[in-house]
Design a protein around this ligand. Structure first.
Ligand code: TXA
Ligand code: MG
Length: 332
């Protein structure tokens, strides 16, 4: 056990805290930091020992590689072996932002970062504190989501503390993240890029720049996406999806679980305060991604024995949200 300090990175003396965090990174320690998507667990990307601590703290399988977070496009040129015109276009258009590019790497990374693969995932987050931390540190930091492996990603400093308190040095707290779902990961090593993970950057936005694009699931190439082999995004309680606005489907699910503590995450449906139900209601669908991981955790904490989630339309970021929900609903 080590002592985990939560530092307020949104207050007046924020820069002092960010400097302290950069020092911890320099000493090979672990710092959780805010990004626009979810909180990340930072460590020196060029230190095998520091990165080993990240895998240890998260309980992450060693075959699941990490994203290297950068603050300047120059780092990308140093890391990537070649940058295709498509990769360049995407970086120009969407960085900083919720997009991760998988490229072939030059050889300088400890193999633990990339799980022995010839490729590396790179992202420039759109969050002033993340960017400041990386700039002060002076080189790339790894940044997996700062949760225990298999748990929902953290969208607040408290979520990070709940999972990793006692295992990491510092949590930089800047309040809830704005997007609430992880970055979109796209492999640009092949002539036709492939989406490895749906995420905060909607598919439509990518397509507006590089044309039609498929996911690994659609192309049936699961092996290229190590992370998707593992169980993910699951709270303790089983999750069940309910069709959008379908009162009968919802009533049937409620009946099926009668007598249990039922957690509900809804936007158009209502359980009309059925006794003992633990409702979370999003006012708008735009609020949904931000609310999702938060609600799954909160309902777990409040002792939900099953969690019913109303589906949302698979448009924009809704596609990534439904992808996460389906995976949460897949019981191992
Ligand atoms: O929004 C995000 O991306 C957050 C924030 C903190 O930046 N980070 C994040 O990292 O979600 P993580 O480690 O939880 O997810 C990284 C995903 C995994 O699915 C992993 O398998 C995939 O990226 N990945 C990493 N390197 C890869 C590579 N070389 N080839 C294919 N997939 C890779
Ligand atoms: Mg993760």
């Amino acid at each position: 056990m080590i002592e985990t300090t939560i530092l307020n990175a949104a207050a007046g003396d924020a820069d002092l805290h960010i400097r302290a965090a950069a020092d911890v990174l320099r000493r090979g320690g672990l710092v959780a930091f805010p990004t626009e998507t979810v909180y990340g667990l930072g460590a020196d990307a060029f230190s095998a020992e520091a990165v080993a601590k990240v895998f240890e703290a998260k309980g992450r399988p060693p075959d699941n590689p990490l994203i290297v977070h950068i603050a300047d496009i120059m780092y990308f040129f140093e890391i990537a072996e070649t940058i295709s015109p498509i990769a360049q276009k995407l970086a120009d258009k969407f960085w900083p932002g919720p997009l991760t590019l998988v490229v072939r790497h030059r050889k300088q990374f400890p193999s633990i970062v990339v799980a022995g693969l010839p490729t590396v995932a790179v992202r420039m987050p759109k969050h002033p504190i993340a960017l400041r931390l990386i700039r002060l540190f002076g080189r790339g930091i790894v940044g997996p989501s700062a949760n225990l492996s298999g748990k929902p990603s953290p969208t607040t400093a408290q979520h990070v503390y709940d999972d990793l308190g006692g295992k990491i040095d510092i949590i930089l707290d800047a309040g809830p993240t704005t997007i609430g779902v992880e970055s979109t990961v796209i492999d640009v090593t092949t002539e036709t890029p492939v989406i490895l993970r749906l995420g905060g950057l909607p598919r439509m936005d990518l397509e507006s720049v590089i044309g039609a694009i498929v996911t690994t699931r659609e192309a049936n190439i699961l092996q290229r996406s190590p992370g998707t082999r593992h169980r993910h995004y699951a709270p303790r309680a089983p999750v069940e999806l309910v069709r959008i606005g379908d009162n009968e489907d919802f009533a049937a699910a409620l009946a099926r679980h009668r007598g249990k503590r039922i957690g509900c995450i809804l936007h158009s449906l209502s359980s009309h305060g059925v006794m003992g139900n633990l409702d979370v209601i999003a006012a708008t669908i735009e609020e949904y991604p931000g609310l999702l991981f938060e609600s799954l955790r909160a309902l777990d904490q409040r002792g939900a024995e099953v969690i019913l989630v109303e589906s949302i339309p698979e448009v924009g970021v809704g596609e990534a949200v439904m992808d996460r929900l389906r995976r949460a609903a897949e019981r191992a």
